[in-house]
Design a protein around this ligand. Structure first.
Ligand SMILES: [Zn+2]
Length: 493
């Protein structure tokens, strides 16, 4: 059986049919979605640890036909656990690390195991109950954005080093893809899940981008510390040297980028213009761009290794990537996160297309861009230019916070993803916004807005959907809006 045939018969549940059929020419023929199409639901850990799960699964089945659960089973972030932030928070693996998969690492069982909720094996508890409701469980692993101080001591050697030579412990840095110990840990983790539990698959989430983009402040998290950008650890330096890159010149390029943004943030406009200054920086330090590519390609190599490990253990497991929403706002990250390349090492992709909360996130990106490469333009013009570059038709600057992005954005981004992977047997399961938290003054989801977004995803060619981003955040009526769309489409009955 070749890989394409295999995928066709191995989708979650009882062998789902594809909702869009890919033609030999790579086009998409929309086909009415069928029952058993992927309808995924991410969820934080807390309710899974001690609550009666039958009513919970019954509710998601009844409201929206959920047939796959994506618990945040590995994370060091309190909100993924479903608990308030606290200096005593630990996090980690909410299943149970089987130590034979983590040999020769500086990490102990206690370093990896989440002690919250009495340290119970949440995965072992959830899987059999979910199965009774026709729900398969997928492990959702979140690459760490922040290391809690409580666990930092043993983890920090696996983390990136910024361009000033300081070890990072989180955003905008993270664990280093070229660090052999982090590679060994990550490979051990996916093998552990694949061998130890009866799961449907694994989704890996990496909400990160490369060092130069962070140094330039080009992120949906505007205002990031541009002095903490990465990675210049011993492993990356060696890999860079082996590729013929002058490491010190690359590092000085990052220094220069940091000074560029600091001056802009202080209101000192470059004499020759922001864009000219940015381009001059690249002319002067092409090594910085080579370093950027080193990070991007190292990440792809890391992803390929994870995918190969899971498939070597059990080819029937589905393995895929959550794609950070920053890609929706940044043409720079869009260039680096090429769907055609992502598709080489996965069975599915879940682009985060949270249209409601996207308004605020987009404006944040515009703010960062205007302190950097786009500084020559007023923010409303920057937004207009980005819409053109990204192919959106959305609300103007002064309305975006209240309106968010439309269902049309969901459709366009889904179609771009589907077309991007068109010659590969990869399914697109967009993450659709159901009450992703917003700040005061921002628009809110409604049953109708959710219904439109879900329908737009399938109109764009999606083969499934992941209702997002966390069941416990969703208003029941809005989740029912997703269910209404899925019923109209024939996905659930
Ligand atoms: Zn590194």
């Amino acid at each position: 059986m070749n890989r394409r045939t295999f995928i066709k018969y191995s989708v979650v549940g009882a062998g789902a049919a594809l909702a869009g059929v890919k033609t030999l020419q790579g086009g998409i023929i929309p086909v009415q979605p069928k029952a058993s199409t992927m309808v995924g639901m991410p969820i934080c850990v807390a309710p899974l640890a001690d609550r009666d799960l039958d009513p919970l699964f019954e509710d998601m089945r009844k409201r929206a036909g959920v047939n796959a659960l994506f618990p945040f089973i590995y994370s060091h972030e309190p909100h993924r656990a479903g608990v308030p932030p606290s200096p005593h928070f630990h996090g980690g693996n909410y299943a149970r690390p089987n130590m034979q998969y983590y040999k020769d690492l500086p990490l102990t069982f206690e370093d990896m195991h989440a002690p919250e909720f009495g340290g119970i094996d949440v995965l072992a508890r959830v899987i059999p109950i979910a199965r009774r409701h026709g729900i398969r469980v997928f492990c959702f692993v979140l690459e760490d954005n922040q290391l809690p101080p409580l666990v930092a001591a043993h983890w920090e050697p696996l983390y990136e080093v910024d361009h000033h030579g300081n070890r990072t412990a989180g955003h905008p840095g993270g664990p280093c893809f070229n660090n052999p110990q982090y590679q060994a840990f990550a490979l051990g983790l996916v093998e552990d899940y694949a061998r130890s539990y009866d799961i449907g698959g694994i989704m890996w989430g990496s909400e990160r981008q490369s060092g130069l983009l962070n140094t330039l402040g080009l992120s949906q998290s505007s205002g990031i510390d541009v002095s903490r950008t990465t990675c210049f650890c011993e492993f990356c330096r060696k890999k860079g040297r082996d590729r013929g890159i002058d490491v010190e010149r690359a590092r000085r390029g990052y220094d220069e980028a940091e000074r560029f943004v600091r001056k802009n943030r202080a209101g000192r406009a470059p004499r020759d213009g922001y864009f000219a200054e940015f381009w001059r920086l690249l002319l002067k330090y092409p090594e910085a761009l080579a370093w950027e590519n080193l990070w991007v390609t190292s990440r792809h190599e890391f992803k390929a290794a994870l995918y190969r490990r899971v498939k070597a253990v059990n080819p029937s497991l589905l393995f895929g990537w959550h794609v950070w929403q920053n890609m929706s706002f940044s043409p720079f990250q869009r260039a680096e996160e090429d769907y055609a390349v992502l598709a080489e090492n996965c069975d599915f992709l879940r682009p985060a297309l949270y249209n409601n909360v996207a308004g605020a996130r987009f404006l944040d990106f515009v703010k960062g861009a205007d302190e950097s490469v786009f500084g020559d333009l007023p923010p409303e013009d920057t937004l207009r230019v980005l819409y053109q570059q990204l192919n959106y038709q959305e609300a103007p600057y002064d309305q975006l916070l209240a309106t968010g992005l439309s269902a049309d954005y969901v459709e366009r981004e889904t179609r771009r993803a589907v077309e991007g992977v068109a010659d590969k047997p990869v399914q697109i399961w967009p993450g659709v916004d159901i009450d992703v938290p917003v700040d005061p003054g921002q628009g809110h989801c409604t049953p109708e807005s959710v219904r439109q977004a879900v329908k737009a995803a399938f109109k764009g060619g999606a083969q499934g959907i992941i209702l997002s981003r966390n069941y416990t955040e969703m208003k029941p009526a809005n989740l029912s809006g997703a269910g209404a769309a899925l019923r109209e489409l024939g996905v659930t009955i």
